[in-house]
Design a protein around this ligand. Structure first.
Ligand SMILES: C[S@@+](CC[C@H](N)C(=O)[O-])C[C@H]1O[C@@H](n2cnc3c(N)ncnc32)[C@H](O)[C@@H]1O
Length: 417
């Protein structure tokens, strides 16, 4: 039988009497040098683990003799530990696990945050794809097991270069449970400014979402006239990817052919990012940020406050008929249609002012087909392009590209005799 015993941060004392006796009575005790040192009085055969392939081979041989073998590991063997690999190599009838507290569990206790809903990732000797994916998904809590190469600064750099709309506090928990334990909270920016600082190689990094981003005076003053970075917008907590990305937003603003003193409808406004950019470009225009979800309206209202816009009107829309009550627009942008694209287009046909134009962003080929057919059948001019942006991403000293979703931008106006 092979018993895999998790050691806690205070070594032998972290084990119950029962588990301690299992260790002490084992005929073979395997572990790292550090772990074996916790049992100086052990009388059996002690083997230092060094190389996984060699160790497994050795272990399989020893197991044939029906010896009682104990392997010491840190924390919970089945939490990014040796346990998973042992299960791949050894019959699970021959394995028993005795877990201890994991480093992540301890870290969450120290920072006083519940952890049942956290997302766990190990980049300890692994690639960073899963980490990038969880940033892009906007997970609320991300707990990361690191190694000396993938340091907290490297992680913060990756997060910042993704230029996402979610903001986080980053906790770096070093040497947990040891005398030199350190637990500190940083903003991503502050962390990358610590370029030269060396954190202990034994650390876990925890990202906790921070929704209290308020633009300070300085940041507000430095906002560009066009193309605000995504991270400044408040987004849907559960679906951060729902926002129209900055590069696409810039293209939409160009396609809209904006002029002063216009009425603009932004249908399916979502976070209001397009409305807010329009309002900053043209402060004499009136922008109706039309949105059917209450959450969306709340986010639009908060974003308007955040960017101090005075000419965006968040418009909750219970039924499409309410669009008839709004002032006729010079420009319409449709960013979301909730499955009612044709009904919306019919209303736009009646309400759009002469010489007005309409821009739709479409993520699916089906909706593109529906739109084109409708424009053809109703004798509108239309043109379109597809846009697919890949953004740069800093991985240590290298730069990689990662793709964002492609969209179609369709622009249309009515034909007049
Ligand atoms: C291979 S994983 C082992 C995880 C282990 N099974 C557990 O339950 O915690 C090793 C990683 O755990 C983290 N770690 C382990 N002990 C730690 C400690 N005392 N302080 C901070 N991080 C620790 C580090 O990120 C390290 O790279």
């Amino acid at each position: 039988m092979i018993r895999v015993v998790g050691i806690g941060l205070n070594g032998k004392d972290s084990l119950t009497i029962e588990v301690k006796s299992i260790v002490e009575n084992a005929s073979i005790l395997m572990g790292s040098q550090r772990h074996l040192k916790y049992f100086p009085d052990y009388l059996g055969v002690a083997i230092t683990l060094e190389n996984f392939i060699k160790d497994i081979k050795n272990l399989k041989e020893l197991n044939k003799d029906n010896k009682s073998i104990v392997i010491l590991v840190s924390g919970d063997p089945l939490f990014f530990g040796l346990g998973r690999l042992l299960l791949q190599e050894i019959n699970n009838k021959d394995l028993e696990f005795y877990p201890n507290l994991t480093s992540i569990q301890l870290a969450f206790s120290y920072i006083k945050v519940p952890w049942h809903d956290a997302h766990f990732i190990s980049i300890h000797g692994r690639n960073l794809d899963e980490l990038i994916l969880s940033f892009r998904k906007g997970e609320k809590k991300i707990a990361i097991l690191t190694d000396s190469y993938n340091s907290p600064q490297v992680i913060a750099n990756i997060y910042l270069s993704l230029n996402l709309s979610k903001n986080y506090d980053i906790w770096v928990c070093e040497n947990l449970g040891k005398i030199d334990q350190k637990i500190n909270c940083f903003s991503p920016q502050k962390l990358i400014n610590l370029e030269q600082y060396e954190f202990s190689s034994l650390n876990v990094v925890i990202f906790i979402e921070n929704n209290n981003v308020i633009l300070n005076k300085q940041e507000y003053k430095q906002l560009p006239i066009l193309g605000i970075e995504d991270k400044y917008f408040l987004t849907f907590k559960d679906r951060p990817g729902l926002m129209t990305k900055r590069e696409v937003r810039i293209a939409i603003l160009g396609e809209l052919n904006l002029q002063p003193k216009q009425i603009i409808w932004d249908i399916g406004a979502g976070t209001g990012s397009v409305s807010i950019e329009i309002s900053r470009l043209s402060n004499t225009s009136k922008v109706y940020a039309i949105e059917k979800t209450a959450v969306g309206i709340n986010i639009i209202t908060q974003n308007c406050k955040r960017f101090r816009t005075h000419n965006v009107i968040p418009m909750p829309l219970m039924s499409l008929e309410e669009l008839y009550e709004l002032p006729s627009p010079d420009r319409i942008f449709i960013g979301g249609s909730g499955g009612k694209l044709i009904d919306i287009l019919e209303i736009c046909q009646q309400k759009l002012r002469k010489k007005g134009c309409l821009v739709i962003s479409l993520a699916t080929i089906e909706n593109l087909g529906i739109s084109i057919n409708w424009f053809k059948n109703n004798s509108w001019y239309y043109s379109l392009f597809s846009i697919q942006v890949s953004r740069s991403l800093a991985i240590a000293n290298l730069t990689r590209l990662y793709p964002t979703n492609p969209v179609f931008l369709l622009k249309a106006s009515r034909k007049y005799e």
